[in-house]
Design a protein around this ligand. Sequence first.
Ligand code: C2E
Ligand code: MG
Ligand code: MG
Length: 800
Amino acid sequence: MHNPLSWSRSPIIRSPLSLRLLGLMVLCSSIFTLVAAAAQIWVSYRSDVANIEQRLSVIEAGYRNSLASSAWAIDQELIGVQLEGITSLPDIAHAKVELEPEGVIRAGSIPENNSTATHEFELDYDGEHLGHVTVTASLQGAWANLRRNVRVILTTQSLRTFFLSLLLLWIFHYFVARHLTTMANYARRFTLQNLNEPLVLERHSRPPRRQDELDHVTEAINSMRERLREDLERQKADEAEIRKLSMALEQSPSSVIICDRTWQIEYANNKFLQLTGLRMEDIIGHHPAFLTADTLSEEENRELWNNVRLQVQRVGVWQGEMQRTRDNGERFWEQVVVTPIRSDGEHPSHYLILGEDISIRKRYEQQLLRQANYDILTGLPNRMLALDRLKLALAQARRDQTMVGVMFLDLDNFKHVNDTMGHDAGDNMLIEASRRISACLRGTSTVARLGGDEFLVILPTLASPGATEQVAERILQTFVPPFHIAGQEVFVSTSIGIAIYPGDGENSTNLLQNADAAMYEAKNRGKSAFQRFAPEMKEVSQERLQTESLLRRALEMQEFELRFQPILRLGDSRIMGAEALLRWNNPTLGMVPPDRFIPLAEETGLIIAIGRWVIREACRTVSRWQKQTGDPVIMAVNVSPRQFRDPHFVETVSAALQETGLEGQYLELEITERLILDNNLETDRVLRELDAMGVRLSVDDFGTGYSALGYLKNYPFDTLKIDKSFVGDLNRDSDDTALVSAIINMAHSLGLKVVAEGVEHQDQLEFLGTERCDYAQGFLFTHPLNEREFLLWCSNHVDG
Ligand code: C2E
Ligand code: MG
Ligand code: MG
């Protein structure tokens, strides 16, 4: 707390307000003091004067009679004594008696520079006038009094005023001025950075105090600060929001243009500039129509933007596709949306043009369109387009009374190429084949790929059927030279079926069906040939079609069954295992043998699902047997090349094992020689993976294929199955006898077990026994049996 008396240090003297207040207080208080003192002094002076006047009246009363007596007696001496007595009285300076007619007696003297008070009275005795008396009193005493009073009062009053002012000044400073200074300093230091610092006054007051003006001012300042802070925060948040939105706009993956109400471009975002390669200054102020000016004619462009404007006005949005040009001249497509921006709720203040680059989508659309009509691999028209063209050709032929030749081509051995050399080789083969076929045709003809290795040739406006056969002959000739695929020479021929409008069919469906039937006939007749349709071929092809459609539903209808044929060990005739053989039991077709439906299933790819069923069913069956009998029987399952190429094949096998709890060593997969001949990496990998799972592998129908023995060394085979054709000829053909014994020896030298298939006679068995063949399988023991029969046969066999 400040000591009010330590002036030099005190901020009071630095407080002009306090000083001014002090000045005013001193002035006012002095004036009041002066007036009051003057009044007081005046009153005291008047009372002094009144005392003197009263004394003069008392003198009159006291001396009138005695003086009158003395005057009557004309005793001048006595009068003199009496006058001396009067002048000895306080303040009385002079007394004078004037007697009638003449004579003046005086005492004392009249003071010169002093004011006086005079009192006169008459002297009468017994009604006779004797003279009059004048008494003069000096006012000097009163004046002296007056002067003293002035001195004393002025001194005390000014001292009082001075100290009182000082006190007031301190009070004012302590309670007000220093707080004002604090506020001033606070205001001076106040910046946006210290908005959180409130104004606090240093006041020592106990809480339940009535709020005063300083509190109100402090509160007002603090709430102002608080509002300011809130405003700033809101402003900051608003700014961040605006920044975010503008960044979003700027970095949006869509192109954005904003036009003013007169459709003049005001803004374009980065994406737009990037897409078009334009600069901001190139477009600002332009109408957006200039962006589409070089892809449309003037008329079209005007119409487009007129439409946009009208629709935005009426409906509130325009959507469509626009083609634009980049600065490098390249065209691109945009999906454009135009909408108004309304800030006052009614009239659009701006227009927003959003664009999305859909060039890629457009390209895909075009590609899809192409794909819908063209074969991707060969670039030839596909079935759809071919049918369209055929229909057109037929319509024209009807009008012009001409003929249309339809040729159905199917490559011979193509599946073999695909299976043994892989899909890439197959694809290359198809491309080359399509090139060769196309080269045999003239301009108006159509070559189409219908799928797989099937091609269709349409020869429109023919004058005679002979021309078709000439073309067919030419095509057969172009297939004579070998194809060079994957560094190998491959011979592939084609079989051609011909149907000619109008003789062989009235419409496209008929013609195609008939050409197909003719093609099958050509294949049946030994391939690499063409065949013109004849009505009797229809039945064959229809049967094929029927079989195919029935086969497609066979799995679902649970029409497949497995038969089991035992495989016995030579010597002790122990049952080593069984081969699972598939049967198709169809209500319409009856029991279909595998030779009749497996090629079809392979062709259509159905074999993959069917084969999966076979493997699972076989595993399930053998694991059941093992549990029932406790014998370690092996189940052999046939696998076709198409199955083997299925990328999920290994998975299928391992899943079947896992599901049934069968150990891999009790499953033997029979693979034909054809498959292994193709020593590609994929085959190798699959075989090794199967081997790693413990699954046994055997070569089926050994001797019917290429009989290349070398490959057997390279693969993890366990068993070799000699084809039944060799076994059947054993007793007749001495060549085969030698061959069979050579195969057995060779297989043994490679560490393979040998199974002889198709053993029908005892002497065959005996021969095989002397040649140390390991196992035998055939009708001699039993035909393939169903599960129940098989188990019964086994128990009898053991018993016997
Ligand atoms: P395969 O693997 O060589 O099967 C042996 C075939 O010879 C069986 O014909 C069997 O009934 C028959 N056979 C057995 N013993 C004798 C005999 O002493 N004399 C004669 N002449 N034949 C005998 P099936 O059951 O008609 O099967 C024919 C072919 O169908 C099988 O030949 C096999 O390649 C294939 N096949 C059978 N089931 C399946 C299967 O589930 N999947 C695949 N992909 N092919 C299968
Ligand atoms: Mg077999
Ligand atoms: Mg076989």
